[in-house]
Design a protein around this ligand. Structure first.
Ligand SMILES: [Zn+2]
Length: 387
């Protein structure tokens, strides 16, 4: 054991002070970020296999709390389960098993992987989550990408799930080539542009990746001097342990098992009643019959998939981005630069940006409704409470 000092906290094993991350949960908010080259000895980003464990909220009598969710089939809305976040835990499985014979799971080493298979709950499967150190510019307002004067910024962690990462990696190189007028096969450097994140729907924390802007850091020496100095100081950066923690909570087997049991129990109860309240009375008075487990599992799986398709987990196609409005001139308080700003009143640009599921909610115990769950919490409240 290491020699201790009274400066050490030592309250729990594995305690890592969280590093601040980009949080976009108010509709209309922008974040303008850049990804400079990593410092010597630093990784560009971190990733982990993570279980994002969630399940429907239940009322006292076991019926599910319902909310109106978008119905993509007809563009309207319909009733669906109000999903609560239970935990975001690092998978306990071995990478070589997950990516090899386990076909995406390690059912021997990880309770959540095991439950994903046994109960057929798709959303319990592990997926990669990414933590990328970035600089977030200080802008003239939350709803603008115009760099504030005098310039400054913060080093933050940009957290993405697999879908967000795919959007980022899939669309950004082409967008950079278009912006900088590069040849189709020219190599691109993410550091050459500023990335723009936009919260298109705060309640569901939908974050879109807008087409990139020219790098204000490289274009204006007065910006570059400040932000390069910020980035050059290793102490300003998240540690590898902090990047790992930004992906998910350490998946302690006991806590993991409790989270998984909680999720499975709640899904089963919700599934028993379904999303049509008119049928609940009949369900409640019927003699409980334990159906074949396979049927339950199959129904759970289809329900989860249904929810995923209807907006709780899948981020909708992005709203059309507002055009790059002519910004205030340098002398008017901001840098004269490519900017996005809300409420310009101008016609929308032609190309819609891809939706980016950047980040959802941090790993935290769920705000369990009092007395076994009577709270009809909105999704926003739950996400707020989980943060
Ligand atoms: Zn796992």
């Amino acid at each position: 054991m290491p020699r201790g000092t009274y400066e050490d906290t030592l309250t729990t094993a594995e305690q890592v002070t969280p590093f601040d991350y980009i949080k976009l949960d108010t509709t209309g908010d922008y974040a303008r970020i850049c990804i400079p080259a990593p410092l010597p000895g630093h990784v560009p980003f971190w990733w982990e296999y993570v279980h994002s464990i969630k399940a429907p909220w239940l009322n006292d009598d076991g019926t599910p709390v319902l909310i109106s969710i978008p119905n993509k089939r007809d563009g309207g809305t319909k009733l669906g389960y109000n999903l609560g976040f239970i935990g975001q835990r690092l998978c306990l499985g071995r990478q070589e098993v997950i990516e090899g014979t386990g076909r995406g799971l390690d059912t021997e080493a990880c309770e959540a992987c095991h439950a994903a298979l046994e109960f057929g709950i798709t959303s319990l499967r592990p997926e990669r989550r990414f933590a990328v150190p970035v600089i977030k510019y200080n802008t003239t307002s939350r709803t603008s990408t115009e760099v504030r004067k005098p310039p400054n910024g913060d080093i933050l962690v940009w957290r993405l799930n697999q879908r967000g990462w795919n959007e980022f990696k899939g669309t950004t190189p082409g967008a950079i080539r278009e912006l900088l007028d590069l040849a189709e096969d020219a190599p691109v450097d993410f550091a050459d542009v500023d990335l723009v994140l936009f919260c298109s729907e705060g309640t569901f924390q939908r974050v879109d990746l807008k087409p990139p802007l020219r790098s204000a850091r490289k274009r204006y020496p007065e910006i570059g001097v400040v932000l390069d100095a910020l980035w050059a100081e290793p102490a300003n950066h998240p540690s590898e342990a902090q990047l790992r923690a930004a992906c998910g909570r350490d998946g302690d087997a006991t806590f993991m098992a409790a989270d998984v049991k909680n999720a499975v129990d709640r899904w089963r109860s919700a599934e028993k009643f379904g999303t049509d309240p008119e049928k609940w009375a009949a369900v409640a008075t019927a003699t409980p019959v334990a159906g074949p487990q396979q049927d339950v599992a199959a129904q759970l799986d289809s329900l989860m998939a249904d929810v995923d398709r209807n907006g709780m987990d899948e981020f909708a196609p992005a709203s059309v981005p507002p055009p790059a409005a002519p910004s205030a001139s340098f002398d008017e308080g901001g840098f004269d630069d490519d900017t996005y700003a809300a409420a310009t009143g101008q016609p929308p640009a032609a190309a819609a940006a891809p939706a980016l599921s950047a980040d959802r909610s941090p790993a935290a115990p769920p705000p369990v409704p009092a007395a076994n769950g009577s709270g009809a919490k909105s999704f926003a409240e739950i996400m707020e409470g989980a943060s």
